[in-house]
Design a protein around this ligand. Structure first.
Ligand code: NAP
Length: 557
């Protein structure tokens, strides 16, 4: 009865280190780890102890006898990662080689500011706090933490959102302080942060979308899929996004996992979504939606699909997904030539999809291939999207009332730091910010997550990414390359409160969290507040820390 890793695998590798027989791969020290779509349990080596189940932060692992029907394909997917072996297994090391925590060899408390509170920020804080006496202050512009886990993970992926329980435990550690509702660049500058910390780690993600530069993109009825995900998730900046669902068809350009998330939500039964933490405004719009078909249009062929295999399996097991006959032919063409087992797996699933000529019985998703967007048509609003058939002169037009582009995220320049416009990242060497003019590190400045490596990977990918940054930061601290901050920790608290009287602390966040969970009642995990004033009204009801707690936290000087 081996255990099996399923769709919501976050790839943070916690299971790898919990496993007593090193049967989960690729492990973080192995070459394929950074690009793997998920991790896999070797069914022949698994001793069925369940240690990985307890270690997994997103509930992705179960014994093969307790899988839901939609999870059954993952039995074969886990097994297929390993070569077929006869007889006794070759000996392996008993444990995966643990990557050593960074060791501080200097006296005095290292103090670090982290900007952002998404996965990369939280993993960086946790890595720093493995060392005694370290103080980490996390600055987040919203009153609520955890970045894309709260505002980017689709509401029907509640298992993935469970990683916030791990983040809550990280935030509860001694030495960790939240400064929420504080925007670096508006309330505080980089120089302000360096006045109170040895170093600043920017883990601000990639907040912008890549824009599709074609005629008609300014028409009402165009938006980006990531804006729609934020609207669905109740992000306060996107509550008023006009999402037109009054036409029977929506077209999404790009076929990565974000496109799949949006298509799934737009075609799901609203009664099922009503049991998630979807925003009330999105649920109301979906209840009166006229959408019958979401077309996910890719400019290349099926073998080049950007979505991952686990997400394709999740999609096809919950939604009606179809292909038209020309696209079926493309799938068969690619399948005849493809040798990569992972891609073959995707193509085999695509080959079994129903035909688009069948009558629509419930809202469905259609994958379409070889379509390069040319222009958006319509007088005062979108009525259709014109594509060129890639590599030919043929033109194809799809009627639609809403065009969403889902062609990737883009990092945004950070005040006082260099920026690489082409790659949309802060230039860095393993997380140390590099001045492109001199090639030298910018003292005290570091990056982690998407602003460091670009918008790729999963929640857990940020763990090893953040660990690399923290190792370099600690090396620099040990080498005396980081200047001791001139001001006392207590002065930071005063400065923040002077610049942003509405700062929200950990107690404020816990009050918001508890109120949202209570509002959700018995049927929903939570009912989110979607405006900052609502959040602040709840945060101020939180008990204030006692003098003793403030003294312990070093906030009084
Ligand atoms: P993505 O995976 O990079 O996909 C981008 C898509 O946009 C590709 O299909 C790409 O096609 C297309 N594209 C780019 N430029 C285009 C253009 N000018 N015209 C037409 N198409 C264009 O991006 P994403 O979906 O935003 O995902 C970002 C990251 O988050 C990924 O690593 C993803 O796996 C991760 N994510 C994971 C989950 C999950 O695990 N559940 C959920 C959401 C996001 P080409 O390939 O032809 O360039």
């Amino acid at each position: 009865m081996p255990h099996v890793i399923t769709q919501s695998c976050c790839s943070d590798g916690s299971c790898v280190y919990a496993c007593p027989v090193n049967c989960i791969h690729p492990s973080p020290d192995e070459p394929g780890f950074a690009t793997a779509e998920m991790l896999y349990i070797d069914p022949d080596a698994c001793v069925d102890c369940g240690a990985c189940v307890s270690a997994c932060p997103v509930g992705a692992i179960a014994p093969d006898t307790r899988l839901e029907p939609r999870q059954l394909p993952f039995v074969e997917i886990n097994a297929a990662f390993y070569p077929k072996r006869e007889g006794k297994l070759p000996p392996t090391s008993k444990l995966a080689p643990v990557i050593e925590a960074p060791k501080i060899t200097r006296d005095g408390p290292l103090t670090v500011a982290i900007v952002g509170s998404g996965p990369a920020a939280m993993y960086a804080a946790d890595e720093l706090l493995t060392q005694r006496g370290v103080r980490v202050n996390v600055f987040e512009k919203l009153p609520t933490p955890y970045g894309l886990v709260r505002a980017g993970v689709a509401p029907d992926h509640q298992s993935t959102k469970r990683v916030t329980e791990l983040f809550d435990r990280m935030a509860a550690q001694r030495g960790f302080t939240f400064y929420l509702n504080v925007e670096v660049g508006k309330h505080l500058t980089h120089a302000d942060l360096l006045g109170h910390h040895h170093a600043v780690v920017y883990a601000v993600g990639a907040p912008n979308d890549r824009r599709l530069d074609i005629e008609g993109m300014d028409l009402p009825g165009t938006a980006t899929a990531t804006e729609v995900v934020a609207w669905i998730n109740g992000h306060p900046d996107h509550t008023d996004l006009p999402v037109r669902l009054d036409h029977e068809r929506v077209v999404i350009v790009g076929n990565g996992n974000v496109a799949l998330d949006v298509a799934r939500v737009l075609t799901s039964d609203p009664d099922a979504l009503a049991r998630t933490d979807i925003s009330d405004h999105a649920l109301a719009a979906l209840r009166s939606s006229a959408v019958q078909e979401v077309v996910i249009a890719a400019r290349r062929g099926p073998a080049a699909s950007a979505f991952t295999l686990p997400e394709l399996i999740g999609l096809t097991s919950t939604c009606d997904v179809v292909l038209d006959s020309a696209d079926h032919d493309l799938v068969l063409r690619d399948l005849a030539q493809e040798t990569d087992p992972l891609t073959r797996n995707k193509l085999e699933i695509l080959a079994k999809l129903g035909d688009a000529s069948a009558p629509i019985t419930r809202p469905r998703i259609r994958f379409a291939y070889q379509l390069t967007p040319r222009r958006v048509l319509g007088e005062n609003q979108v009525t259709a999207v014109e594509f060129g058939v890639t590599g030919t002169d043929e033109v194809r037009t799809l009627d639609a009332g809403l065009l969403l582009t889902s062609i990737g995220y883009r990092g945004k320049a950070i005040a006082d730091l260099p920026f690489d416009e082409d790659a949309s990242v802060v230039p860095n060497d393993g997380g140390r910010v590099i001045d492109p003019a001199t090639g030298a590190p910018v003292p005290g400045a570091y990056v982690a997550g998407w602003i460091k490596r670009g918008p790729t990977g999963f929640i857990g990918t940020n763990k090893s990414c953040a660990a690399q940054t923290v190792h370099h930061l600690v090396d620099d601290y040990n080498a005396g390359a980081l200047t001791d901050p001139p001001r006392k920790p207590s002065a930071l608290d005063k400065l923040v409160r002077a610049r942003q009287p509405d700062v929200v602390d950990a107690a404020g966040w816990r009050a918001i969290d508890a109120a949202e969970i209570a509002r959700g009642g018995d049927d929903r995990p939570r009912d989110k507040f979607t405006t900052v004033p609502e959040m602040l009204a709840v945060a101020v009801t939180a008990p204030k820390p006692s003098v003793r707690q403030r003294l312990t936290a070093g906030l009084l000087g």
